[in-house]
Design a protein around this ligand. Structure first.
Ligand code: PHE
Length: 448
């Protein structure tokens, strides 16, 4: 079954829309804070460029040559063991799992837009109390916003590649760019901007641990939406004449710029008001709102702009998480888009509700497995095991199980012979081991 294709610009915007998300604006700044600033940023840049771009090229290649859903592409393109490789395509379930809690977090962000309009917390103390109340007791609000995200994402996916995904990205991505631009220009004029620059770009290698390197690799993967069949699926709707090497560079450069700009904005504001907490997931939801408060009237405006920007970034990533599984159901089971979309969205919606309740104090004990909440488990299993594992499958597949002639024919004109050899070497001999190291380290099986 053939679905509509992206336009060239539409594809880039959709892929950037998927890549730029909470990972850039929420996670990148807080892991940078946690792992000591500049040295971490440098390692992240190197890994995003080498590992990220190389895997991105691999995923775009599978999509461009495969032109189908993820499961069929692995099956059709494999030179041997087709029936086994088919199972690699089932990574499409991973983004749906991620979406279950990602949607809850977008819900918090939507709630913070209303807080910015009404009344920002005046101290970090109050800010912490506000966030904890939302997280641990206020399931009604969380459920309300989770439902809004569910309806929005489903509605967009129902409209398909061209009229849904491409269209929404063409609207939201430029708006996101403008909003970040305004926030960035504002921060440049704040005194602490230079401190933020020093913090992010002046590497202190004594702070660099092997764990930081591993976290940087994981972050590069997560932020580029790799290892989950997403880029593969989007690339299957690429127009014929597109250049996948150029596309992969554009996607990763924009994604990286957004992460750096978001980091600079956040650290400038935090440092300017002397906020000491620059670490952990609470950075955006706890430290930042009370800092916005200290900026007075301008702060309210900045806060609204900031949370709307992350909401947009989150929504465009969220829709990309659903499309791979939807396309799989359409192609393999001959389902209508409507039926496929409804099945997938109910799946993530229900799972999201369990996730959300696992943070609510009264329900938490029942939804705790071992030392982690259900929420933490889904995040842990997906981000630290399944995503790197999906990445390993992609590079091994392209490196060892695809027709080399076909790959050469597609890529040599785009990157030349030397670069092609480097790329081949990386995906065959370097990246699989780097990703195994990520899984071992993060699961605690072996600490580097
Ligand atoms: N890349 C997105 C981000 O940085 C996250 C994401 C994960 C998107 C998985 C799609 C799939 O927020």
């Amino acid at each position: 079954m053939k679905t509509a294709k992206f336009s060239r610009l539409g594809f880039i915007l959709a892929a950037v829309g998927s890549a730029v998300g909470l990972g850039n604006i929420w996670k990148f700044p807080y892991v940078t804070g946690e792992y000591g600033g500049g040295a971490f940023v440098l390692i992240y840049l190197i890994t995003a460029l080498f590992i990220g771009v190389f895997v991105l090229i691999s995923e775009l290649l599978i999509g461009k040559l495969g032109q189908s859903d993820a499961v069929s592409m692995f099956e059709n393109l494999a030179t041997k063991y087709k029936k086994i490789w088919k199972f690699a395509g089932f990574v499409v379930i991973v983004p749906l799992l991620i979406l279950s809690y990602y949607s809850v977090i977008i819900g918090w962000i939507l709630h913070y837009i209303t807080i910015s309009f009404e009344k920002l917390p005046s101290t970090v103390h109050e800010s912490k109390a506000t966030f904890m109340a939302l997280l641990q007791t206020d399931y009604q609000t969380q459920l309300f916003y989770h439902t809004i995200v569910f309806v929005l994402v489903t509605a967009i996916i129902l409209k398909g590649v061209k009229n849904g995904i491409e269209k929404i990205n063409k609207i939201l991505m430029p708006l996101l760019g403008i909003m970040l631009g305004i926030l960035f220009i504002y921060s440049i004029n704040v005194d602490a901007f230079s401190d933020a620059v020093t913090f992010m770009f002046n590497p202190d290698f004594s702070k660099l641990t092997s764990t930081a390197v591993i976290v940087a690799i994981g972050q590069a993967f997560y932020t580029l939406s790799l290892g989950m069949g997403i880029i593969i699926t989007y690339a299957a709707s690429l127009p014929k004449q597109s250049n996948i090497v150029r596309s992969s560079l554009i996607i990763s450069i924009i994604d990286t710029i957004v992460a750096l700009v978001a980091g600079l904005i956040i650290f400038t504001l935090l440092f300017d008001k002397g906020a000491e907490s620059t670490k952990g997931p609470g950075l955006v939801f706890i430290s930042l709102p009370s800092v916005f408060y200290e900026f007075g009237k301008a702060g309210e405006f900045l806060s609204i702009l900031f949370f709307v920007a992350i909401a947009f970034a989150g929504i465009t990533s969220a829709i990309s998480m659903m499309e791979p599984a939807v396309l799989y159901l359409i192609q393999r089971f001959n389902m209508t888009r409507k039926k496929a979309a409804i099945i997938c969205s109910i799946f993530f919606y229900v799972l999201g509700i369990i996730t959300l309740f696992s943070n609510i104090t009264d329900f938490a004990p029942a939804l705790k497995v071992g030392s982690k909440t259900f929420f933490d488990w889904v995040d842990f299993v997906c981000s630290t095991i399944l995503v790197p594992f999906g990445g390993i499958l992609v590079v091994i597949f392209v490196g060892y199980f695809m027709d080399k002639q076909k790959i050469r024919k597609e890529l040599t004109p785009l990157m030349g012979k030397t670069f092609l050899s480097i790329w081949f070497f990386m995906i065959r001999y370097v990246i699989p081991f780097a990703l195994i190291a990520v899984i071992l380290n993060e699961t605690g099986l072996f600490k580097f």
